[in-house]
Design a protein around this ligand. Sequence first.
Ligand code: NDP
Length: 417
Amino acid sequence: MKLMVIGCGGVATVAIHKCCENPLFTEILIASRTKSKCDALADKLRSKTKAVLTTATVDADSFDSLVALMKQYQPHTVLNVALPYQDLTIMDACLECGANYVDTANYEAEDTDDPEWRAIYEKRCKEKGFTAYFDYSWQWAYQDKFKAKGLTALLGTGFDPGVTSVYTAYALKHYFDEIHYIDILDCNGGDHGYPFATNFNPEINLREVSANGSYWEDGHWVETKPMEIKREYNFDGVGMKDMYLLHHEEIESLAKNIPNVKRIRFFMTFGQSYLTHMNCLQNVGMLGTTPVMFEGREIVPIKFLKALLPDPASLGPRTVGKTNIGCIFRGIKDGKERNIYIYNVCDHQECYKETGAQAVSYTTGVPAMIGTAMVASGTWSGAGVFNVEEFDPDPYMDALNKYGLPWQVSENPVLVD
Ligand code: NDP
């Protein structure tokens, strides 16, 4: 099966490592903006895999560049692990060339000052009640186009979104008649030794974390100020951590796809040093996405900041500690209340030894491969645009155990108030 992977950053590195372990993928094209990174990865992996690895340059912002490469390579499936800015262009190119599409993050506009985008965004804010720059409406709008071509688009197969949504489908299938409350807890207990760095793409990460929070309750969104809601939780394998409520993309799809759900919240842990740095950078305007003039040329503050911060891919050797990501479910089984917690604990150094990347890239890259394998093998099939919770979770859950992200189920966990 011919796979084309777009992007060659932290997540892609892990996803490609894992694709090389899966005999389903016999030919893999690694295509990204900087071809030297693709070449270096392919050289490292060739001796460890039977898959035929090739590399190419592609500009994923350009439909023509994508189509030219896809027409030449003719992939069965395309895994997009570039940036969310490129989702729609890559989906368009897949439709043009007859390839299935898989990604890990929903569409986000790069230029949030574009008046055409802003008009749609502001209408959506009013209609839906949350102000995040990213949402599923752009990609769900491709439903009829993918159906008409008989192709599958699988959205959001990272850890969160991705595994957290598969956990939800699994809990609903095996543990509950109805799920009423979902709390998604994302804890990174890793320490990289820098005063400030982000674990994945700084621009995407900082835009997400500095935005308003929100959660889904009784059929509508409730929006909060950034970091307004704080809780403490004692995480297995990590210990006690502060965590903060954020808006997160799987809340939107789970609210649509899980019947009878009353509330969905997402919490992420942050240390005080991270928050102090982020607040300071925001206060001085360094998280801005609007270009400013500097010494006769335009610069975008957050892009300049990205250039100064450590490359997330370089954190692997320095990061020690563990991540713990999972979901606490409360609902009803056979007329009785039931609470369970499904989660994975992942060790940064183990991930680094195996793939050269830290656990945040690892916990995203492994499920990116698994979702791609589900589509490429036809285990998950159908024409149209799908989120992962719409399919049978069992084969995906088996693959998580097989490919390095084993999960645990805890009955009667401590709940989050
Ligand atoms: P990186 O910044 O490390 O990598 C992005 C890669 O995409 C780089 O290789 C970059 O090229 C390439 N790229 C960027 N723009 C283009 C373009 N126009 N054309 C071709 N290639 C391009 O990001 P990560 O690996 O950390 O993240 C990858 C994706 O995973 C993101 O969409 C992120 O949001 C998502 N993610 C999802 C998570 C989940 O749990 N669902 C968690 C973490 C991340 P270059 O090397 O030249 O910069």
